[in-house]
Design a protein around this ligand. Structure first.
Ligand code: 2DT
Ligand code: MG
Length: 219
């Protein structure tokens, strides 16, 4: 029987503060893939609030669940990513591109912002399938504070977002030379400009980096 080779899908993650434009850009990039490029694409987001662990997280984020301590919350967010690994791998192996709103960097950024140890925070996510590209949409806490619906959920307070921003800044420094992390300056740009920049980076990645990577080593 003839073996059919399928080019695996790209795994693209968006990171940033609440209301930084991650969801908007995830949707716009997916739409472009589907409609302009006729490529298979799927959107997912973390936390996935529909799983067993996700339901507890949803209650926690909407302030209905008060008893969880910070470390328990951290591993629940991580568990939520582990729950989804088989599905993510399946999607990518089928050749579908996956665009994901938040992933492990959010896990570390929000927990370290509460004062938990940075290295401890990374441990529960070690071994997860790694994204090809993480786009960090860099917007100041002052900017997101002005945006619609800011303040709805637990973490949407200016002081807390400022702490989260500092943790993202350290990732930004650590990965400034990485081909897998791209900081997108999000201030004073239209959403169209931001999308265009992102799409250009994806094209460059597919041309220059992706052919060199072995999926089985990433998974
Ligand atoms: P959304 O606003 O994107 O729905 O996220 N969070 C998220 C964490 O604290 N740890 C994580 O691992 C993830 C994925 C960020 C809801 C909030 O959950 C936070 C905001
Ligand atoms: Mg939010």
């Amino acid at each position: 029987q003839e073996m059919k080779q399928v080019q695996r899908g790209l795994f693209i993650v968006f990171e940033g503060l609440d209301r930084s434009g991650k969801s908007t850009q995830s949707q716009r990039v997916a739409k472009y893939f589907q409609e302009e490029l006729q490529r298979k694409v799927q959107n997912i987001s973390f936390p996935n609030r529909d799983t067993k662990g996700g339901k507890i997280l949803n209650d926690y984020l909407q302030n209905r669940e008060q008893k969880l301590n910070d470390r328990a919350v951290h591993v629940l967010f991580s568990f939520n990513r582990w729950e989804m690994q088989p599905e993510i791998i399946e999607i990518l192996k089928n050749g579908t591109n996956l665009i994901c709103d938040r992933y492990a960097f959010s896990g570390v950024a929000y927990s370290a912002a509460k004062g938990l140890d940075f290295e401890w925070c990374k441990n529960s996510d070690r071994g997860l399938i790694q994204p090809d590209l993480t786009f960090f949409i860099d917007v100041k806490p002052e900017t997101i504070q002005q945006r619609g619906n800011f303040g709805d959920e637990r973490y949407e307070r200016f002081e807390f977002q400022s702490k989260v921003s500092k943790v993202y800044d350290s990732f930004k420094q650590d990965y400034r030379d990485s081909k897998h992390w791209i900081t997108i300056e999000g201030e004073n740009k239209t959403r169209e400009q931001v999308t265009e920049e992102i799409l250009n980076k994806i094209t460059a990645y597919e041309n220059d980096v992706m052919p060199l990577l072995d999926f089985d080593k990433m998974a």
